[in-house]
Ligand binder design. Structure first.
Ligand code: MSP
Length: 645
């Protein structure tokens, strides 16, 4: 019989300089589902990738003095490394800079244009570059982006528009008739009440003020709006509109798009409307999960919360981190990531409950029976109760996994583990071991422990890629054929005559206080940044270090644009009778005229450099974040050349 297919996607990630544990949340969840579906016999297509175009990336690259492609290549390599480290089993990794993707996006855009769903007009409104989102004046919250709270830019340019409004009624109907389409339900109401019912406006889908994007084939001063480019990845990755679209025909429509809650809007309004316009079926489900907030936990208020996944995995092991991500917060809700909460889970659930059960079981089988259980076993009190828990467990886990309820599925498995630990207390093997006569009963108790662990080790495979194998080695199960998913549904699969092998403790207990201190020492300060909650390390310097800087008040005498660059201005500044030439990357934020006459702060002893062949003798100071830049000026009467300190 042909395998049933299952197509699951994560969003494609913006290349970000520093990935934090929150970034891995969607991907780890998608990986758990993919592993689970494969175990259940599905032909899974798990897609992830990177979203590499747009104004935000272009600006970041400019700020670093590299091309956008150079900028993204390095980061994307890091993202791929991280997924490898986290044992993510994606079948495909798409980059929006892949030639096949770019050409498919061009075909999609042209098809929508030819069908009359895209038309040319002029856009006038507000743009949030970090979110790459358009907003009308009335949608802004206190003149800021309603999604992220940051500054927006007034934008006026010739643009192509997509007839989003035309699809409003069909979208509402689709959502109402298909309650599974947007999950959890709360997000469904949010989309209907906040966006769809109040009315949709047509969407601006091309930009002309920068060029880091997919060019519109029939009007090449335009590049395709980055969200149109990005959302298309879900079908271009399968070869949609390419010579070989067999994967598209096999896997589309997607079974589930997993996305963070902040991008549900793009996936449940713009994306389905695009698909309707293309005449293609809609994905079966968009699941909007909550955020992992990265503030410190209660105890860790004074402690830097380490959120770098590579550090955490290398120190505490992959399975502990993956377990925590999937167990701690119900999928769909927000939750807090703190090192302290991670350590508590590691000690209680992993070391005490699961790790201990394995060590005790193997040690007892070794001690009482030399590692192999005898044939003669006698069932007794408590056995049926234990077996009843395991008889229901696989089905419960399946039901919960089918609803993406990872946390509850894990909680069910751990309930069974606790029940098994309680069974040890109830049956008291150390008492049974005292008399030869009780040996058959003791053997049955040991068998039931090993069998519980066999079932647990099968069921935890979607979540933990490393632990099951470690359990199998100690139970002597590797290669035994008693490990396929279906076999967890049948009590008694632990093969008779198997020899256990004592091994290392699979989850060592940790000293929480000591670990928190160790992490604090590694990362002096981790501060929350508004953009993506990344931590930034602060290095302290001495006053002597600071004194090495020669900062001077400098009066701007002349300013002009550097030819061939939309970023650089060439300034002539005066400092105490001396005139210097300075090249500064501020042209996007200041007109040359607006700077003349201002007194700025110059780093006067910076080694001269050439920018676009023009020597820059120093650097002027400015404050900036992603999209805003303000030059530091001195607004009182002060002679040029005065020292700034
Ligand atoms: N590029 C867009 C998606 C385009 S899809 C066609 C994007 N990228 S992102 O890098 O900002 O986010 C990727 C995923 O990471 C999103 O699902 C987002 O919700 C998730 N997360 C990033 N930080 C997170 C947390 N702190 N917690 C949970 N998930 C978070 O959006």
């Amino acid at each position: 019989m042909e395998k049933k297919t299952f197509y699951i996607t994560t969003p494609i990630y913006y290349p970000s300089d520093k990935l934090h544990i929150g970034h891995s949340y969607t991907t780890v969840a998608a990986d758990a589902i993919s592993r689970y579906k494969r175990l259940r016999g599905y032909d899974v297509m798990f897609l992830t990738g990177t979203d590499e175009h747009g104004q935000k990336i272009q600006r970041k690259a400019e700020a670093k003095g590299v091309t956008p492609k150079q900028y993204v290549d390095e980061i994307v390599a890091g993202i791929k490394e991280l997924w490898k480290l986290m044992k993510i089993t994606n079948d495909r990794f798409i980059r929006t800079t892949d030639k096949e993707h770019e050409s498919a996006v061009q075909k999609i855009f042209k098809k929508l244009y030819d069908n009359g769903d895209i038309y040319k007009s002029e856009y006038e409104g507000w743009y949030c570059t970090p979110c790459e989102s358009f907003w009308t004046k009335t949608q802004l919250k206190e003149d800021k982006c309603p999604d992220c709270g940051r500054e927006v830019e007034l934008t006026k340019e010739e643009s192509y528009f997509f007839k989003l409004s035309k699809y409003q009624d069909r979208l509402i109907r689709h959502i109402e008739e298909n309650p599974e389409f947007i999950q959890p339900v709360s997000r469904q109401n949010e989309m209907l009440n906040n966006f769809l019912r109040p009315g949709l406006e047509d969407l601006c889908v091309s930009r002309t003020t920068f060029n880091w994007g997919v060019p519109v084939t029939f009007d090449d001063k335009h590049v395709v709006y980055v969200w149109i480019d990005a959302l298309s990845n879900y079908i271009t990755a399968l070869g949609y509109l390419s010579e070989d679209d067999s994967a598209y025909r096999r896997y589309w429509p997607a079974d589930v798009h997993l996305v963070g809650k902040e991008i549900v809007r793009f996936h449940t309004i713009i994306w389905p409307a695009m698909l309707m316009a293309l005449g293609e079926p809609l994905p079966k489900q968009v699941f909007g999960h909550g955020w992992l907030l990265l503030e410190g936990g209660k105890m860790s208020k004074s402690v830097g919360n380490v959120v770098d996944p590579v550090i955490l995995i290398n120190k505490y092991g992959l399975d502990a981190i993956r377990y925590f991500l999937l167990r701690e917060v119900p999928f769909g809700s927000d939750g807090v990531f703190s090192n302290e909460a991670l350590f508590q889970r590691m000690n209680s659930d992993l070391a005490n409950d699961l790790g201990n059960l394995l060590s005790r079981t193997v040690a007892m089988i070794d001690k009482y029976f030399g590692g192999v259980l005898p044939e003669q076993q006698v069932e007794g009190e408590f056995d049926n109760e234990l077996k009843a828990v395991y008889a229901q467990l696989p089905q419960k886990v399946e039901e919960l996994m089918d609803k993406l309820q990872f946390s509850t599925a894990l909680a069910e498995i751990w309930r069974a583990i606790s029940r098994t630990n309680k069974y040890i207390d109830e049956t008291m093997p150390w008492v049974l071991a005292k008399s030869e006569e009780n040996k058959p009963r003791l053997a049955a108790v040991m068998y039931n422990l090993a069998e519980s662990l066999r079932i647990v080790s099968i069921l935890i495979q979607p979540f933990m890629p490393e632990t099951p194998e470690k359990i199998w080695q100690q139970l002597g199960l590797t290669g035994s054929g008693a490990l396929d998913w279906e076999s967890a549904k049948q009590w008694g699969g632990y093969p008779r005559g198997t020899s256990v092998q004592k091994g290392d403790v699979i989850f060592p207990r940790i000293d929480i206080k000591k670990e928190l201190e160790a992490l604090e020492a590694m990362s002096p300060v981790q501060k929350k940044e508004p953009s993506d909650q990344q931590g930034s390390e602060k290095v302290q310097i001495t006053i002597d270090d600071f004194a090495k800087l020669d900062l001077r008040a400098a009066k701007v005498l002349e300013a002009e644009k550097v030819e061939g660059s939309d970023k650089l201005l060439k300034l002539k500044v005066e400092l105490g009778g001396e005139v210097r030439q300075v090249v500064s990357g501020i042209a996007k934020h200041y007109t040359p005229e607006s700077l003349v006459g201002k007194t700025v702060i110059l780093v006067a002893n910076l080694k001269p450099v050439k920018l676009r062949g023009i020597e820059s003798q120093g650097m002027i100071l400015a404050a900036s974040n992603d999209d805003t830049l303000v030059v530091a000026t001195l607004d009182g009467p002060i002679d040029s050349g005065s020292k700034v300190s």
